[in-house]
Write a new protein. Sequence first.
Length: 336
Amino acid sequence: MSARYDFASDNTAPAAPEAMDALVAANTGFTSGYGTDPVSARAAELVRELLDADAEVRFVASGTAANAVCVAALCRPFEAMLAHHHAHICTDETGAPGLFGHGVGLTGLPGGSGKIDPAALAAALEQPDVSYRQPAAALSLTNATEYGTVYTAEAIAALTEPVKARGYGVHLDGARLANAAAAGFDLKRIKDLGVDLLVIGGTKAGMPPTEAIVIFDRALARRFDARLKQSGQLPSKGRFYAAPFIGMLGSGAFLRHAAHANAMARRLAQGMPFPVRHPVEANAVFVEMDDERLTALQAAGWFAYRFLDGTVRFMCSWATTPEAVDQLGESLRQIA
């Protein structure tokens, strides 16, 4: 029996037809390179419309690269980025922020269900500058979080305000920003929340590999392309990274598909025979399951991860079907 990866990650899904159609449409004629083409310009304009913001936009190949470039833009080599200790930049990017930032550090902060505890942030900001510890220079937030929960705009503001009061930078990892928006997070409020650099996830939203970096603080845009080039993230045929955003944003599929993924997660949670350990607000379901039953589930053909907190994670995507959810639910009931 071949393993089914339907719920292993939203990265395992195919690309959405709206994204692929736009990619094919962009594959005609000759144009300028390195993101200076009309396709990239149109995609950037659609991103600005999505956010209702006057910002610079760049398109890169991966979320890891996007995050690492942003960290490097906000911190000097002897400084550190504050983030939730289970944030992707802290657990899954193999030191890329430190590599791109030539030694930039990461300081992990606690908090339930992937959200930073404001008291922990306050304590970190109060740490004195000393020669033997990398001082904080910026904050990284994730929405939706690694545990599928969603910050409200007010919750983000409560975290960014003390950071901005010190003159520090703010990065928002939006690998699943579409799912956060489909859950009620107002994307048009981001520009007023103190965010300097935003990553909009394309890949997890149903596009072929592409992410958008949104530069709200235009002072950071100076020589940003040189930073991207040095990092191997300024592709010569930039239109092919930008085009999927035209298909997804222009058609409304970006939010429509995210809403579907979120609905599939709720459907799975409603029939889940195992305890659900985090609020199901976006497209993820985390459950308590022992090793014996996880092994039995895998033997039944379903691939699932044990996550950082010991729970088992099930991710839904734009391509998840109700039938697949029900089939997984039946397998779960059989082993429960």
